[in-house]
Design a protein around this ligand. Structure first.
Ligand code: FDA
Length: 392
């Protein structure tokens, strides 16, 4: 069969794959970039509410979850948020910092996709969209990728097909299948940055659907102070999405509904206004519907003046460490990312190449490296894509 040969074949034209292909092409490599979707970067297009939170200025390896907490350091250290921002600025894309170091486009996420496509075009990358890979093999030191009955070969194959979160956008576990085929191990993939569900015991909270509040949530040592949103199924909003990446089934998370409140503030309120109710003073610090529900669950109706200090202290403790035991998550259909994936154990942190399969690389979300909410996952995609693109 007449095979077409390249220096590198990159599977997946998302954030990581496009960065890898453009970097390798820019070094003079002949690169084939393949995607089964009819356009590149579909997740970029819907990211950040359509404005793409493309990086975060507070990138640090401890803001990533991985079986090897040190793995991401090398790539992140060599391609920084400032490097990506430099690229954004060279393309004249206007941007702003929103909150917590998160950088967004002023205009549209499409500008980021167009920039990456342009980088690939400039680097002479051959792109094949809307094409299905039917088989992959390895012969005489070259990877052979079968597409539409034709063979494409290269000494380097890069897995950049992401994880299975949001299957309706074409997300698949394809990278894991190929990795397994070549003997790499997979850390059990699970939905992350995903809303948590509550069971019937917590139905009262589900009735708060649409209410949001600034909270601090913790699970073991992980803690986040951001907004939480009650939904008709459970808990969402940035704080809950963040903790979901750490949370493990059948364990509680603890929510402080009054972050920053001084201990004993209810007793001071009792002294100042003994005829006020707990519900009323809580409503001064929280949305009224949430204050109602919390008071109802605490069972503390009546004037503060009639509640012993001990009871108020116990109420404060509960309000600052409210335990919820989620029944689960809303799954891959709603997860912004997938935690777990191709194990970092078998990969070089410098090049992303598999130690036991020379020439096979894995980058981006396909790898067991999962960032916090807020631009961390794109920065990992850019940085790991860059690392592999410099190595192939
Ligand atoms: P990505 O998933 O981007 O790309 C994989 C590519 O492979 C896709 O083009 C897909 O079509 C292709 N593919 C899959 N299976 C294939 C197969 N079998 N054959 C061929 N091609 C295949 N992150 C962030 O930092 N800031 C943000 O603002 C957001 N916002 C956000 C919103 C929403 C709704 C989601 C779902 C996710 C985010 N994220 C995010 C996460 C971010 O989108 C994600 O981490 C990166 O897109 C991962 O980049 P990759 O290139 O690794 O995978």
């Amino acid at each position: 069969m007449n095979a077409e040969s390249f220096d590198a074949i990159v599977l997946g034209a998302g954030a990581a794959g496009m960065m890898c292909a453009a970097t390798a092409g820019g070094r003079g490599k002949r690169v084939l970039l393949v995607d089964h979707a009819d356009e590149p970067g579909k997740k970029i297009l819907i990211s950040g509410g359509g404005r793409c939170n493309f990086t975060n200025i507070h990138i640090a390896a401890d803001r990533y979850i991985s079986g090897n907490p040190h793995f991401a350091k090398s790539a992140l250290g060599r391609y920084t948020p400032q490097d990506f921002l430099g690229l954004v600025e060279r393309y004249g894309i206007a941007w702003h910092e929103k909150t917590l170091g998160q950088l967004f486009c002023d205009g549209s996420a499409r500008q980021i996709v167009e920039m990456m496509v342009q980088e690939c075009v400039k680097a002479g990358v051959t792109a094949m969209l809307a094409r299905t890979v039917s088989a992959i093999s390895h012969r005489d030191g070259r990877f052979v990728v079968m597409i539409g009955g034709r063979e494409y070969t290269a000494p380097a194959l890069v897995l950049a097909t992401g994880g299975p979160s949001i299957p309706k956008l074409g997300a698949t576990g394809f990278a894991y299948d190929v990795a397994r085929q070549f003997g790499l191990s997979i850390v059990h993939p699970r939905p992350a940055l995903v809303p948590l569900t509550l069971g019937p015991d917590e139905a009262l909270f589900r009735s708060l659907s649409g209410v949001s509040a600034d909270v601090e949530v913790r699970w073991e040592k992980a803690r986040f102070r951001e907004a939480a949103l009650f939904t008709h199924r459970g808990l969402s909003g940035p704080a809950m999405l963040q903790i979901s990446s750490y949370w493990q089934h059948r364990t509680p998370i603890y929510v402080n509904f009054l972050p920053g409140s001084e201990t004993g503030w209810t007793i001071q309120e009792k002294q100042a206004q003994p005829r006020a109710t707990l519900k009323r003073i809580l409503a001064g610090r929280l949305p009224a519907r949430l204050a109602d529900t919390l008071t109802e669950r605490l069972g503390l109706e009546g004037d503060l003046g009639n509640l012993p200090d001990k009871v108020l202290r116990a109420a404060e403790a509960q309000l600052t460490g409210w335990a919820f035991t989620p029944t689960g998550t809303e799954g891959f259909a709603k997860a912004e990312v997938t935690a777990g994936g191709i194990s970092t154990n078998g990969l070089s942190s410098r090049t992303m190449m598999a130690a036991r399969v020379p020439g096979l690389y894995a980058i981006g979300e396909a790898v067991d490296v999962t960032g916090w909410l807020g631009g961390y996952n794109f920065q990992w995609a850019w940085a790991s894509g860059r690392a592999a693109g410099e190595a192939v």
